[in-house]
Design a protein around this ligand. Structure first.
Ligand code: AMP
Length: 405
């Protein structure tokens, strides 16, 4: 039996999912997370056989410690008989700069590459590397694969990824648009092609990953040609705590008037803007409830997010010369019938998009499907994203893991 571990390591956290993969089956066996690694009161949650267990761990010194505790638990809880059943580990890694347009096997060379672009992902890349090193040490001989949030977007043409700033900024510092959520955009674009009964090389898709973080991508014949996030995830759509695109001159203006540094204002744009900046709450459900109760700012910020999603859909439709489907995913995209309905109604007149309200209402809590009417000019799909599965599939493909039938 081949089991693949999918890992997302943060600075003080480690999320994991263990999947059983055969030629015909992809099944999650267990999942969970460590929080507060290296801090007081760490915790370790693991879900197995439908039961959620919370383990009190007096101390989790570092990520290596967390990995050791996890592997012990897998054996002691009889989730695996032997750690040799784990044939590969896939790691979500934020950034690979311009280096890899696909997932790669982690070795000294690729680790050095991820290290070399740490200034492009200063919060995430170092933590991702700690996770990779911890698993390499704990499971020697097992293949580790890095799956980058930016890779899928590396097919964008220069005219889409360059900024019109002094060219030397690109040459010296690699300042350009990279885009994020690539694993999710890739997963839903492949699934969408399957749902449409076509090859991904034959369809033009507009993928909308609308969660706390949010981004859209134009995926033309299997390749990203534009996306809404930029050098960092701050750009593009209105999000839970991020502003999305603003005039960059706002930063200097606010620095002057509020006597703040550029770092402080950038932090506010990342953590205290978007839904949170208007309503005090970053959670879309809470904001929607405030709107229902007549709160003007909640109503406004939701309309602003919907308008912005439509701006990207319109722009990508024109850039790709049409679209076969628009796909919604992530927390809001998978669950908010209102956001989907409002976006589709706004683009209905221009693009001939029509949705079926009954079908739309059915697609919540992990249920996906086609929500457009048969006569809609563009199909509209809801597809629950599954980055862990995409990572596990990449481990098998890139790490050449042999599967049983
Ligand atoms: P994610 O970052 O993908 O986990 O998405 C988180 C966002 O999804 C939060 O803003 C949640 O409020 C939102 N979300 C989850 N369920 C719903 C729902 N039923 N209706 C609206 N938004 C939801």
């Amino acid at each position: 039996m081949s089991k693949i571990m999918s890992v997302n390591a943060g600075s003080s956290s480690l999320k994991f999912q263990l999947l059983e993969m055969t030629k015909s089956k992809e099944e999650v066996i267990t999942e969970g997370q460590f929080e507060k690694i290296g801090l007081p009161d760490p915790n370790f949650k693991i879900k197995f056989n439908g039961k959620k267990e919370e383990h009190v761990v007096p101390q989790v010194k570092d990520h290596a410690d967390a990995v050791a505790i996890l592997l012990d638990a897998l054996v002691s809880m009889k989730i695996v008989k032997d750690l040799k059943e784990i044939k590969g580990v896939g790691h979500r890694v934020l950034h690979c700069g311009e280096k890899y347009n696909d997932s790669v096997i982690m070795d000294d060379t690729s680790i050095a590459v991820v290290e070399s672009v740490c200034d492009l992902g200063p919060l995430h890349n170092p933590a991702n590397l700690i996770g990779i090193r911890a698993f390499m040490k704990a499971l020697p001989g097992v293949v580790n694969v890095g799956v980058f949030d930016t890779s899928f977007h590396l097919t964008m043409p220069d005219e889409a990824y360059m900024y019109a700033v002094p060219y030397e900024w690109y040459e010296k510092y690699s300042v350009r648009k990279y885009g994020f959520h690539g694993t999710s955009h890739k997963y839903i674009s492949l699934e969408a092609a399957k749902m449409l009964g076509k090859k991904s090389e034959d369809v033009r898709l507009i993928t909308c990953h609308i969660g706390n973080g949010a981004s859209c991508a134009a995926v033309k014949y299997g390749k990203v040609v534009d996306t809404s996030m930029g050098l960092t995830p701050l750009d593009g759509l209105v999000m839970g705590t991020r502003s999305g695109t603003i005039d960059p001159a706002v930063i200097q203006f606010i620095c002057k008037h509020e006597n703040l540094t550029v770092e402080e204002v950038t932090d506010i744009l990342n953590k205290k803007s978007g839904f949170k900046g208007f309503t005090g709450n970053s959670d879309a459900r809470a904001v929607r409830e405030m709107k229902e109760q007549g709160n003007y700012r909640a109503d406004l910020i939701l309309r602003m997010q919907e308008k912005k999603i439509c701006d990207y859909i319109g722009s990508y439709y024109v850039y790709m010369g049409g679209a076969d489907a628009i796909i919604f995913t992530a927390g809001i995209g998978e669950n908010s019938c209102e956001t989907r309905e409002n976006v589709c109604n706004r683009i209905s007149e221009a693009l001939g998009v029509k949705i079926d309200n009954e079908l739309n209402a059915k697609c919540v809590r992990g249920v996906g499907g086609i929500i457009s009417t048969p006569d809609s000019k563009i199909k509209v799909l809801v597809i629950p994203t599954n980055e862990e599965l995409m990572i596990a599939r990449d481990v098998i493909r890139v790490g050449k893991v042999e599967l049983e039938d």
